[in-house]
Design a protein around this ligand. Sequence first.
Ligand code: PMT
Length: 398
Amino acid sequence: MLQGKKVILGITGSIAAYKSAILARMLMQEGAEVRVVMTPSSVEFITPLTLSTLTDHPVYYQMQENQSWTNHVSLGLWADLMLIAPCTATTLSKMANGMSDNLLLAVFLSARCPVMISPAMDVDMWHHKSVQRNIATLQRDGHILLPVGTGKLASGLTGEGRMAEPADIVAAVDQFFSRSQDLKNRKILITSGPTREAIDPVRCISNRSSGKMGAALAKACLERGAEVTVVSGPVPKDIYPAGASVRWVEDAREMLGECKKYASSSNWVIFAAAVADYRPIESVKSKIKKTENELQLTLVKNPDISTEIASQKQSGQVMIGFALETENEMHHAKQKLHTKKLDCIVLNSLRNDGAGFETETNQVSLISADGEVVEIALKSKEEVARDIVSYFISKFIQ
Ligand code: PMT
């Protein structure tokens, strides 16, 4: 049920715009208050009159009307959710680049609520690298992307790119609102990315963690209403969703220091970082010259962040680790779960294609301290993160 929920329905210029009328009607039947914002080109596909009649409210599509300015800021602040359906490749591109040459985009840039996007375009446009790049940018910015449908397209071609069916969109909106409060008033600390252990001012020991899994977890926790702090090693600055507070660190000792500041006030701590287990015994102050045929580095053990933080665990706190394994995976993961005194460990194996470092996808097993094991099949890191967070909620909160 969407009783009392305020939804801005954004409509862009696509053949699929006819479905927006059905969508508006269905949202209202569920109890939502709906205001419609349209791009200038969308009015060629469906009339504002249809939508204003269905929503019983004026439809906004011009920056000014009757010599008065349309207040996109107040619209953006009014909503609990902005849903853009259908969203064309043009609007996706403008959204990804912060453009504001029509009212819908101005509302999008002013909105403080979550934004859900249901793209619609032809199959080759959908698969085009530039469109996928824009989609990735918008997802990284924390917006919720609904999957496109597959089938016959307006061009006569068959493939991916259809706007999702109105009933599926309403189900996603329902699910969004029903789950969004689960983690309200809860603080979650997430370690993410690699650490870099300096050998000299230009060289370091590190690993291939991209921060994608940590970013997906941050996003999934934010979607459920949590206050999220990420302590991250060096990865691209824009990887984390806008709502997360990010503390940047270089090496394991810095990561531990930063975690100590937030751990005691966090309800959950998720250790998704790939921390270098060893560091050079000393970081040489000037660049090591290439004079010898061999160079010996002596490494010393880094502090184990998860072990140290979990050893200070207070009652009610939940500590969750990750294990990246290459062989005898379940055995090693269980060993880490117990020696680090964690409540749960998320096992990903480099033997599974599409799992682990750098990939867009992951496949994991969740192993809890009480012996329960839950498998999550290969899917995007964002979907895996949502499943992981749902599991933690059912396991540790409800
Ligand atoms: O960033 P991506 O490219 O998306 O990749 C994601 C990931 C593969 C890095 C992630 O899913 C993952 O598995 N992270 C943990 C990798 C790892 O270092 O596993 P481990 O088995 O070495 O460590 C076990 C646990 O102890 C982890 O929770 C780790 O964060 C923690 N640890 C390890 C060493 C250390 N000194 N301090 C720690 O806190």
